[in-house]
Design a protein around this ligand. Structure first.
Ligand SMILES: [Zn+2]
Length: 577
């Protein structure tokens, strides 16, 4: 996300679930009983909605099935808690756990274990990842979009418990629509075919699914649910990422998303109203969308099947491994496309803004080329830019980024800046997130600097590479001005989102953060730093990295102690990092 300066009234309210007790009747705290550093399982979800033609923002019903894999690695330390993928020395290709035979079938008659449908979305050189990530969950979502753009979803997810050595008593889902001006309610919840009662927590942003029988490590289960979703009219909360506005239906985080399980238990919290909300493991998504024929559908992943009639279209998307699935529809979109290497880049906007969308397409193509060289290949065969009415300047999702439509008016201004120059920085920043957030995951709520500072720093590199060092210095100056808006305060960049004021979040994370990265490069030496950053993007590819991981790898490359620098910029002085 490229954060803007809009104020929000709400404040973040962190909340974690308590780790469960491992043995019945024993007050045993969970040492050794939490998740192991293995890749988290992503759920498979299928969404189906029944449209009610009279409702403006109708509700949806969906069914959801989940399945999780097993953990076998030692428990990570607190700051490694988000490292759900194997650590660098750990194999990515651990044997796939044997599925439990009683699991309900997938919604699309695609076996849960069949990952071949995801090949089309991955470069040839990247398809080997399909044989790895043994614990990744699979979401199957069937989404019906009615004539009035009402939603009617059904989902099934497949969940395998891979989180440590203790049985799970509950499964948590995130219900982001309930924090973004909309609503998501669940009904007909079932676990392995047996009815269960949904429990809403944290202002209904967390859904707890109590399990009648604990789920042992290494075993799978299926959770089914129907759910109803209401999309907010207008721009909604969380930067308008989930909204229907100006003929654009933007469906960010619309489905129940399985929370990350870490050494503190299920990682659920009321997401802050600034910054990105999603902290998720990589998973696999099959999403079938049925919509009016006139709608253009833009989504994560690639289209693998299409059926059309005069009035209706049904399009199936396959995306994975990805940390989220994003869908936007509009009857106004047109598209311009380009091929960069093996990647098809599409840019969508209404016809009157298509010139600006083509400018963004050029910029994204350049960014992809240079970032490919610097950080390793963008893994997917498709990359989309889509103009939306969000009130951030841009928002990143796996394989797709949303760009504020106003930026496509090349004669206009946005927040006092001429759009052509502003657009280029936004596009470079959002493309950089395809490496820092999408490929290399991080906890965007607790360690926002890790992806945002790197996306900003990568934008300096973009200007250096595409133009010259003077252009790069110009962008760097904008970062210094951003930091100056909060008086160049030496507030650590390594705090959770909730610990910053809105102004600090902008000035520190997006200004001081990338300036720290430039200082780190200067300290390490540019050559060593460049090698480190490429190694970081490669080593933690498909996994989740922490600030500690980042520091440790940097120190390996410079063969130096970076603790003083991190204490000056990243962590509070009292920290033990
Ligand atoms: Zn960003």
């Amino acid at each position: 996300m490229l954060q803007s300066f809009i104020r929000y009234e709400e404040t973040a309210m962190p909340n974690k679930t308590s780790p469960f007790l491992c043995l019945p009747g024993l007050a045993l705290l969970l040492v050794g009983c939490t998740h192991s550093g293995q890749l988290a399982a992503a759920p498979s979800i299928t969404l189906t909605t029944t449209a009610t033609p009279t409702a403006r923002h109708p509700q949806h019903r969906r069914q959801l099935y989940l399945r999780y894999p097993l953990p076998q690695q030692p428990r990570p330390r607190r700051h490694q808690r988000s490292n759900l993928l194997p650590a660098p020395h750990q194999p990515l290709n651990a044997p796939t756990p044997t599925p439990t035979p009683i699991l309900p079938a997938s919604l699309f008659e695609i076996p849960w274990e069949d990952r071949s449908i995801f090949k089309a979305g991955l470069l040839d050189s990247q398809q080997s990842i399909l044989d790895k990530l043994p614990g990744a969950s699979i979401y199957h979502i069937n989404l019906l979009i009615g004539d009035n753009l009402n939603l009617n979803p059904r989902s099934r997810s497949h969940f395998l418990h891979q989180y440590g050595s203790c049985p799970l008593d509950d499964i948590y889902f995130r219900l982001f629509p309930n924090l973004a001006g909309g609503q998501s309610r669940v009904s007909d919840l079932a676990v392995n075919g047996q009815s269960a009662e949904p429990v809403y927590e944290l202002r209904d942003s967390a859904l707890r699914v109590p399990l009648a029988a604990p789920l042992p490590p290494g075993e799978s289960m299926v959770i089914a649910m129907d759910f109803a979703v209401q999309v907010p009219a207008g721009e909604g909360g969380n930067y308008g990422a989930f909204a229907f506005s100006k003929d654009v239906l933007a469906l960010a985080h619309v489905y129940p998303m399985i929370a990350v399980y870490d050494d503190e238990g299920w990682n659920v919290e009321i997401a802050p109203t600034v910054g990105d909300v999603v902290y998720a493991d990589a998973g696999f998504y099959v999403v079938r969308v049925t919509a009016p024929a006139g709608q253009t559908l833009v989504a994560s992943g690639v289209e693998i099947e299409r059926n059309e009639s005069a009035m209706q279209q049904t399009v199936t998307f396959a995306a994975g491994p990805v940390r989220d699935f994003y869908l936007v529809t509009s009857s106004s979109y047109e598209v311009v496309s380009r091929v960069v290497g093996q990647v098809t880049v599409n840019s969508y906007a209404p016809a009157n803004l298509l010139d600006g969308a083509e400018v963004a397409l050029d910029q994204a193509a350049q960014a992809l080329e240079h970032f490919n060289r610097r950080f390793g290949p963008y893994p997917f065969t498709e990359f989309d830019l889509v103009g939306t009415t969000n009130f951030a300047l841009g928002i990143e999702y796996p394989g797709i980024v949303a760009i504020l439509l106003d930026l496509y008016d090349q004669a206009g201004q946005v927040r006092g800046q001429a759009t052509p120059g502003l657009l280029e920085g936004v596009v470079a920043h959002e493309v950089a997130h395809q490496w820092f957030y999408s490929l290399v995951g991080n906890d965007q709520v607790d360690e926002p600097w890790l992806d945002e500072a790197l996306a900003q720093y990568a934008t300096i590199l973009y200007y250096n590479d595409v133009y010259d060092e003077q252009a790069g210095a110009g962008f760097r100056s904008s970062l210094e001005r951003r930091w100056a808006r909060v008086g160049q305060a030496d507030v650590p960049i390594g705090l959770p989102v909730r610990d910053y004021s809105v102004d600090e979040y902008s000035g520190i994370i997006y200004g001081r953060g990338p300036l720290f990265i430039t200082q780190l490069a200067e300290t390490m030496g540019q050559t060593a730093f460049d090698a480190f950053l490429q190694d970081y993007a490669t080593t933690y590819r498909w996994r989740i990295a922490t600030g500690d991981d980042f520091k440790r790898l940097a120190q390996q490359h410079c063969r130096c102690d970076l603790t003083p620098l991190f204490e000056e910029w990243v962590y509070p002085q009292s920290s033990t990092h």
